[in-house]
Design a protein around this ligand. Structure first.
Ligand SMILES: NC(=O)c1ccc[n+]([C@@H]2O[C@H](COP(=O)([O-])OP(=O)(O)OC[C@H]3O[C@@H](n4cnc5c(N)ncnc54)[C@H](O)[C@@H]3O)[C@@H](O)[C@H]2O)c1
Ligand SMILES: [Zn+2]
Ligand SMILES: [Zn+2]
Length: 365
């Protein structure tokens, strides 16, 4: 079918909204009519060149919608089903999936390859060329054709524009605190960078029983918002928070820190490691450039204080379990999805949306 999508033809360019040809589902694929797509910072990394994708790339990896077509051999979905698209597919049978680590599914190896995992061919074309959908999804389009491993069925009466955000940002942030940092009641948790992902780390930490949730961000409106999601203290930078965290904790420092800045640099690691105390854990959820290999870390203190530095993808979640689980908590009023998106854009306004993200004017677009 002919539809449209936001394409990127090279690094440091604008998104171009133009006609694309979206192929019908082949074996194990479904077509989904999207209700909404979230604007995650990870797509911005394709623009800056930090995240390598073949061009042209169709952006977007956070969406929800309704299944409109079902390809041969699909067993988990039917036409009319409501789905959240998970930014990492879960095959269910690889060692990672079968040991309860679907966020590390072996199919993740194909995430940025640009071709369908069913048959290794392009499902989307534009200007006569194969198009690579971000994270095998490409949600900056009214329709996507995706592998059934990327689509998680949800209950029909949930608002799809809210559910869309659970496909990446919500689950990533919430899980970074509740699963990977493993926040326990009474802990002091620092969240560095409280944008679309970080604000969910804030609400995850609060829900897990943290006694203090310290939000750090240079943008005052993000800090104000973080308080609505459970932050107890706010600071404009990690450096500015250092003395206050020391004072609040009688010198023991925080138990956990979650790093969710837009673009991580090596120095951010040392600051975060200094905000946690003996036996503390720093969870790195933010992404840096693929070529960036320098980390600043005091090796003596790292060892002697037995600190833990832990990477995290998709919040350590099992999308097939955790997406419906998080939505069930939304239904019960235990997680706020309603106030996450601060601005809504039309597909045609995507460049404005990303400019607003760079300028700190929106939280999730
Ligand atoms: N690991 C994963 O699975 C995963 C999934 C989704 C997103 N991400 C990454 O998480 C990061 C956050 O994504 P997002 O969509 O929330 O981005 P965002 O732009 O919405 O939020 C980033 C926030 O960090 C703040 N910030 C920037 N520099 C800072 C600093 N030095 N100290 C404190 N705050 C700072 C910004 O003001 C902003 O509020 C990105 O790097 C993104 O690529 C990772
Ligand atoms: Zn994302
Ligand atoms: Zn798997």
């Amino acid at each position: 079918m002919k539809t449209k999508g936001a394409l990127l033809w090279g690094v440091k360019q604008d998104w171009e909204v133009e006609e694309i040809e979206m192929g019908d589902p082949v074996a194990h694929e479904v077509q989904v009519r999207l209700a909404a797509s979230g604007m995650c910072h990870s797509d911005e990394h394709i623009v800056t060149g930090g995240l390598p994708m073949p061009f042209p790339a169709l952006g977007g990896h956070e969406g929800a919608g309704v299944v409109t077509k079902v390809g041969p051999g699909v067993t988990t979905l039917a036409e009319g089903d409501h789905v959240v698209l998970a930014f990492i597919p879960a095959c269910g049978v690889c060692p990672a999936c079968s040991s309860g680590h679907q966020n590390l599914c072996d199919l993740g190896a194909a995430l940025l390859g640009g071709v369908g995992i069913s048959d290794g061919t392009h499902r989307i074309t534009a200007r006569g060329q194969g198009v690579a959908p971000m994270c095998l999804l490409g949600t900056f389009s009214p329709y996507v054709t995706v592998h059934e491993a990327s689509a998680v069925k949800i209950e029909d009466d949930l608002p799809l524009d809210k559910a869309a955000l659970v496909g990446c940002g919500v689950t990533t942030g919430w899980g970074s605190s509740t699963k990977v940092a493993d926040v326990r009641p009474g802990e002091t948790v620092v969240v560095i960078g409280v944008g679309g992902v970080g604000v969910n780390a804030v609400q995850g930490a609060a829900a897990a029983g943290a006694k203090r949730v310290i939000a750090i961000d240079p943008v005052p409106f993000k800090l104000e918002q973080a308080r609505r999601f459970g932050a107890t203290h706010t600071f404009p930078s990690a450096l500015a928070a250092m003395d206050a965290v020391r004072e609040l904790t009688y010198g023991r420092m925080a138990e956990k820190a979650v790093l969710t800045v837009g673009h991580i640099h090596g120095e951010d690691i040392e600051l975060a490691m200094n905000l946690v105390g003996k036996g503390g854990r720093v969870v790195v959820t933010a992404m840096g450039d693929i070529s960036d290999v320098d980390v600043k870390l005091n090796l003596f203190m790292f060892t002697m204080m037995q600190k833990d530095l832990q990477g995290a993808i998709f919040g350590g979640a099992n999308p097939r379990f955790d997406i419906p689980w998080i939505l069930s908590m939304y239904r019960a009023g235990k997680i706020n999805l309603d106030d996450l998106a601060t601005t809504t854009y039309k597909l045609e306004d995507i460049n404005q949306g990303y400019q607003d993200m760079r300028d700190g004017k929106n939280r999730r677009g």
